[in-house]
Design a protein around this ligand. Structure first.
Ligand code: ZN
Length: 148
């Protein structure tokens, strides 16, 4: 399944296409209805984003098969990120205000995070921290292994 590219350019559709072509170095997995890519920042180690392969602005715009398949993918990758990071709590967030293409942020919250009862954006000032190449490769591999 290829992503549907709408009338106007969608950066997420371009990202999904690059991932499907194995051109994204931070691709973790291609799933039936989505792609899982390590997040641009590692303010939360193991932070990853699940992108729908089908373009849709809203979850309810997906047909039942795509919605159900995406939820199965989300369940699988949530467990994998949780298992790989052994986080205290996994925050799964879908906003889409900036990038209007269905996607889910998976934020592993550490027990050492003094603000872990707050939403992840309390750490927005650290969202520029991409992490070293070694750190990023570590989390790609760890989550891939957890996915089996
Ligand atoms: Zn799109």
């Amino acid at each position: 399944m290829k992503p549907d590219v709408g009338v106007s350019f969608c950066m997420a559709c371009a990202k999904v296409s690059a991932a499907l072509a194995r051109q994204d170095p931070w691709l973790i997995a291609v799933l039936p209805h989505s792609v899982l890519i390590l997040g641009d920042h590692q303010a939360f180690e193991g932070y990853a984003v699940l992108w729908s392969r089908r373009h849709a602005k809203e979850l309810h715009h997906l047909d039942d098969a795509d919605y159900g398949g995406l939820m199965q993918d989300l369940k699988k990758v949530s467990k994998a990120v949780d298992d790989a990071t052994r986080c205290a709590k996994l925050n799964v967030v879908s906003l889409g205000n900036v990038v209007q293409h269905v996607h889910f942020h998976l934020f592993p919250r550490s027990a050492d995070d003094g603000q872990r009862l707050s939403h992840p954006w309390v750490h927005e000032g650290r969202f520029g921290e991409a992490g070293s190449g070694d750190l990023r490769r570590h989390w790609v591999r760890a989550i891939q292994e957890a996915l089996g």
